[in-house]
Ligand binder design. Structure first.
Ligand code: DX5
Length: 229
């Protein structure tokens, strides 16, 4: 018998926010009812974009209670792990493609007292993480190529999400599956039905004409309904 669906969590990316007012954005997101806030940390090397570091995240930490997670789109990220934890991130996501020694890096995150997660770019197979699933709280399946918000969802990632979900269930692991990229009302059901339970939304949430709270409620309802379908 397949296990009960994992609880749906809506995790906004602050990438679309006004970078001159990130603190206000965090307060608005918390008021809108998000479950966590994702910080897209980009180094200009792993991805062709540059965003923010630990100091920016730390400046927003005291403003809200909601958990922070850092999506580290950073080549060989070991140098940044401790500052991200000190900045107040509860969970750190590193890319399998960016870590020469992924098992060791995930262990380092856990040694720092944070939760560890690993992200897979669209072309990277699930097999790349099958030997580290015991170290992670979550696997992020990218549904766009990382670096920018506002890109189109890649639906061919859904079989990959389902394959990962089967692997997690077969091994009886307590692991969330997150998706990130192009998630909105038209795409969230496919990702959730495939097995994702933590859903990152940037553009769709920030651009909802009825506001962030409406977007959060709608996305959560659509994902929860899709899990039960
Ligand atoms: C890509 C980023 C984006 C962002 C969300 O590197 O990780 O996926 O968080 O972007 P939207 O929701 O605008 O596609």
């Amino acid at each position: 018998m397949s296990p009960a669906p994992r609880s749906v969590e809506i995790a906004p990316s602050v990438l679309p926010a006004d970078f001159a007012n990130l603190g206000d954005a965090c307060v608005e997101l918390e008021k809108a009812g998000v479950d966590r806030i994702q910080w897209d940390v980009m180094d200009g090397n792993f991805v062709p974009n540059l965003t923010f570091g630990a100091d920016v995240i730390a400046s927003c930490r005291p403003l809200v209670e909601v958990p922070f997670e850092a999506h580290l789109m950073v080549t060989e990220p070991t140098w940044i792990l401790d500052t991200m934890v000190e900045a107040g991130c509860r969970l750190l996501i590193v890319h399998a493609e960016a870590c020469r020694h992924l098992h060791s890096t995930l262990g380092r995150i856990r040694d720092l007292g944070a939760a560890a997660a690993v992200a897979l770019n669209p072309a990277t197979p699930v097999e790349a993480v099958e030997h580290v699933l015991d170290l992670v709280e979550m696997v992020l399946v990218m549904t766009v190529n990382p670096g920018f918000g506002g890109q189109a969802y890649i639906p061919t990632m859904e079989p990959k999400i389902a394959q990962l979900r089967r692997l997690v269930v077969e091994r009886g692991l307590d692991v969330d599956i997150e998706v990130d990229g192009g998630i909105g009302p038209a795409t969230i059901a496919g990702a959730a039905a495939a097995g994702a339970n933590v859903l990152v939304a940037g553009s769709s949430l920030f651009r909802d004409p009825e506001g962030k709270a409406h977007a959060v409620t709608e996305l959560r309802e659509l994902a929860t309904r899709a899990q039960g379908a």
